[in-house]
Design a protein around this ligand. Structure first.
Ligand SMILES: Nc1nc2c(c(=O)[nH]1)N[C@H]1C(S)=C(S)[C@@H](COP(=O)(O)O)O[C@H]1N2
Ligand SMILES: [Mo]
Length: 408
């Protein structure tokens, strides 16, 4: 056997693995940063115009992440052989492989979410989030504890380090020091991630999280009385949690600054203050709520005024082509064609599961369009205008699809 060649091949194998490891780490870093930007509600309101670019970039980097993985797989068997005596390295490897595969598969399903019913996106998003909540802190821990810097701090005297990985001896000062520093950095990282992680997890726990309190920023009286179907809610109460979104500061609505206008191409324009508005006849319906980013809330009991009734009572002029919705935040708008707007289940909603819709959730009055993605469901709704020319909604202007139908 040609030993030189053998040796060289072995060397190349190691080098190649290191290179794969580095490109994998770099891609993972880019994905973590862009992923957190997409998740962050702050970023949503500060840089809304780049949101869709970042999403597409995140997806493409995710596609590239498959490459190091695919290149690694044929080498895996040989690699694992070299790890025979290193149990921790093997656990580390399997853990990351599982995380990466979960992220890639769920990411793929989220990218093509429109091809599947919303329940597929809900699960994919859960898996994607979960693998992120475990993968990212662990990756940080891994990069710290494997860095040269960390090894430098750990070792006291260079000659002692030689015996290090093999003799696990509690009395060995290096071992003690290393364990201590590992536990310390692990705990710091875990503590840093724990609050947001538990907040995220609570949405999935059967209790449904903390009950919505009425420490609500809005102040409107009188409170509308829920009908018998609404309280207790005929849908049995919502399943899942909303992720509260806004592109502005959340408006604080009171009897003084709240009003509701229906104008444009109607026979009789309407203008209501709060006490007039709560006297309008309301209906109750149960429907689901789907965000285009993958999360859903099911079986929500809404009480409100069917949009169709509101429009027909005002008298729709023949030339009407579109219905435009305005938010009291002064920025967010969206549109439906008049034909879409006349679907029976679109509602100008006032109560959710028997309670006045709270401020974060778009209260006191929001639109709901159950068959379309929720970017159509304008929060803090205060004006509906019937128009002839099309209007492009807030998120559609920034890259969201004008076709918002949910595939059910
Ligand atoms: N005024 C206003 N309405 C809005 C939004 C917004 O940012 N501002 N976000 C939309 C999007 S993308 C979704 S998913 C839902 C979220 O509703 P929630 O914040 O009550 O969960 O509101 C929609 N309506
Ligand atoms: Mo959304």
């Amino acid at each position: 056997m040609n030993y030189r060649l053998f040796f060289q091949r072995k060397l190349n194998f190691g080098k190649r693995l290191i290179r794969l490891h580095h490109s994998n780490a770099l891609l993972f870093l880019v994905l973590s940063v862009t992923g957190f930007i997409l998740f962050s509600s702050t970023f949503r309101s500060i840089f809304p115009s780049v949101r869709v670019w970042i999403r597409d970039f995140h997806i493409w980097v995710g596609v590239f992440l498959c490459l190091p993985l695919l290149l690694y797989l044929p080498k895996m068997k040989q690699h694992i052989k070299t790890l025979q005596k290193k149990k921790n390295n093997r656990i580390n490897l399997y853990f990351f492989l599982v995380i990466l595969i979960l992220l890639i598969v769920s990411g793929f399903l989220l990218t093509y979410h429109r091809l599947f019913p919303p329940i597929v996106s809900s699960w994919s998003l859960f898996i994607h989030d979960l693998s992120t909540w475990f993968g990212v802190p662990y990756a940080i821990y891994h990069s710290i504890t494997r860095s040269q810097w960390f090894k430098q701090i750990v070792k006291t005297k260079p000659e002692k380090r030689v015996q290090e990985p093999f003799i696990i001896d509690d009395q060995n000062p290096i071992y003690k020091r290393r364990t201590f520093l590992k536990v310390l950095s692990g705990s710091i990282i875990a503590l840093a991630f724990l609050p947001s992680m538990t907040k995220w997890l609570r949405a999935y726990l059967p209790a449904g999280g903390p009950t919505e309190t009425l420490t609500d920023g809005n102040q409107l009286t009188p409170l509308p009385l829920p009908s018998a179907n609404s309280s207790p809610p005929i849908g049995g109460g919502k399943k899942g949690e909303f992720r509260y979104y806004t592109v502005t500061e959340i408006p604080k609505l009171t009897n003084e600054n709240w009003s509701f206008t229906l104008d444009g191409l109607v026979e009789q324009p309407k203008h209501y203050n709060w006490s007039e508005f709560v006297k309008l006849q309301r209906n109750v319906q149960v429907s689901d709520f789907h965000c285009v980013t993958g999360w859903s809330v099911y079986d929500i009991t809404w009480e409100g005024i069917p949009l169709k009734k509101l429009l027909q009572d005002a008298g729709i002029k023949k030339e009407t082509k579109y219905v435009k919705f305005y938010s009291a935040d002064g920025v967010y708008t969206d549109t439906l064609t008049i034909k879409q707007a006349l679907q029976d289940d679109i509602m100008v909603a006032v109560l959710l599961d028997g309670k006045l819709i709270n401020q974060k959730n778009g209260g006191p009055v929001r639109l709901i369009v159950p068959k379309m993605y929720a970017y159509k469901s304008v929060k803090w709704l205060n004006r509906i205008q019937l128009i002839k020319e099309d209007h492009i909604g807030y998120w559609e202007e920034r890259g969201y699809s004008t076709d918002a139908w949910v595939n059910t």
